[in-house]
Structures are given as C-alpha cells and as structure tokens.
Design a binder for this molecule. Structure first.
Ligand code: ADP
Ligand code: AMP
Length: 217
C-alpha cells in the first residue's frame, strides 16, 4: 500500500496516517516529524529546518527529497508507506515519481483531506503535541485524559512553535498554491481521491479506510 496524504496544515494528515499505519502495519513517514527530530537532536539539518519552520516556510526541495529518498529505501517500506507532508511542491512530486520508478514501485493513491480554512486555523492553534513522542491532541476535539500530559508516554504536551496564529496564517498561504498544483498533478495521473474532513476523527477515518479498501486493497 503506497499512499500519500495531501492537505493543508491541520487537515488531519498526521492523525489519519497514524490510524492507517496502526491498522495496516505500514510505516507513517512524516517529513515534519523528521525535521522536528533533527531540531531536537540539534543536527546540521535541524539548524537549517528550525529557521525555516519557525517562519512558516518550506525546507528546500533538494534537502527534503534526499531525506525521503533514503527513508523509502529502508526495510520497513517493503510492503508500503504512508507519506504525510510530502510531496509539498511539484519538484517533490516529480522527484517522488522518479524514486518510485527506480524502486519498481507505483503510487496507489493520493488522498486529499479537504477542510475549510476557518476550521484549519482552529485545528492548528488548539493542537497540542507531545514533546517526547510527537503524538498530537486537540484541546477541544481530542483532549488528553490528563491536561498537559501525553496519554501514550506521559510526556509534556506543548504548542508547536509554528502553531501560533501568526505562523499558521503564513503556513496556509505558503501551502495553498502548491497544494492546488499538486491536486492537478495527481488528478492528471488518475491517482487523486478527495475526502471531506468535516466530521470527527473516527468518522473521517472510517471514510478514509473505505476508500483504501475500495481503491488499494
Ligand atoms: P496535519 O498533520 O494535517 O497538520 P493533524 O493530524 O496534526 O494535521 O491535525 C491537526 C489538529 O486537528 C490536531 O490537533 C488533531 O487532533 C485535530 N484533528 C484532526 N482531524 C480532526 C477531525 N476530523 N476533527 C477534529 N479535529 C481533528
Ligand atoms: P508538518 O509537520 O507537515 O506541518 O511540517 C512542519 C514544517 O516542516 C512545515 O511547515 C515546513 O516548514 C517543514 N516541512 C515539512 N514537510 C516538508 C516538505 N515536504 N517540504 C518542505 N518543507 C517541509
């Protein structure tokens, strides 16, 4: 099962990628998570990524493409992958096409999770993330059992530095035009399916799972 999840920041890509990953035992690959780990470990990549992420921009394509190229070669991707947050530009989509060709793999589905802008702002500004394991919560829609504490690992929940209202608006601007181009790119290749995410997390997962069963399995 080779999937990509498309959608603006806050659409629910990470949440649903995690659900799919658990159900089908396929790795969830989030470029955002890879960059945040690099920042946490203060690596060279982390230094570059921090500046870009905090301003709401995009990490350069050459860097991002190389990271995904290496990640897709790992053994756990043999039976598939769920890409979340990649590709974000046409350059990345073209690079992914070449990577898959070189590995004799094909993309099964590009699933676009569609959410209204007002709702995205609510989802992002009220998102909380575990500083230890990266699990995500929402203050209203998906709160942790104990305030400020991760259900999964007991880590401290924080607001991501790029989930403040100011950076969120910039991120939505930066991603909007690229997303339109990507939707067109995958539509032309007959890979695109859209799911409206105007319902709760479980209901949206049911819709996504039905699409996966119909189109991929
Ligand atoms: P993305 O990975 O696309 O940026 P996330 O999966 O982190 O988005 O979701 C953004 C926020 O919205 C999180 O706080 C998450 O708990 C919440 N969320 C995700 N899907 C839904 C949904 N269908 N309804 C309500 N809240 C949701
Ligand atoms: P995300 O966790 O997907 O919201 O990503 C957080 C931030 O990481 C983004 O706002 C970008 O700055 C950076 N990022 C993640 N994925 C990519 C990508 N595919 N290309 C460029 N930058 C990315």
């Amino acid at each position: 099962m080779n999937l990509i999840l498309l959608g603006l920041p806050g659409a629910g890509k990470g949440t649903q990628a995690e659900n799919l990953s658990k159900k089908y035992s396929i790795p969830h690959i989030s470029t955002g998570d890879i960059f945040r780990n690099a920042i946490k470990n203060n690596t060279e990549l982390g230094k570059i990524a921090k500046e870009v992420i905090d301003s709401g921009g995009l990490v350069p394509d050459e860097i991002t493409n190389e990271i995904v190229r290496e990640r897709l070669k790992e053994d756990d991707c043999t039976d598939g992958f769920i890409l979340d947050g990649f590709p974000r530009t046409i350059n990345q989509a073209e690079a992914l096409e070449t990577m898959l060709e070189n590995m004799n793999k094909t993309l099964d589905l590009a699933l676009y999770i569609k959410v209204a802008r007002e709702e995205l702002i609510k989802r992002l500004t009220h998102r909380r993330t575990c500083s230890n394991c990266g699990a995500t919560y929402h203050l209203d829609y998906n709160p942790p059992k104990e305030e400020g504490i991760c259900d999964k690992c007991g880590g401290e929940l924080i607001q991501r530095s790029d989930d403040t209202e100011e950076v969120v608006k910039e991120r939505l601007e930066v991603n909007q035009e690229n997303l339109m181009r990507l939707l067109d790119f995958y539509d032309k290749r007959n890979k695109l399916t859209t799911v409206k995410s105007n319902a709760g997390i479980d209901e949206v997962f049911e819709k996504i799972d039905n699409i996966v069963k119909e189109k991929v399995l």
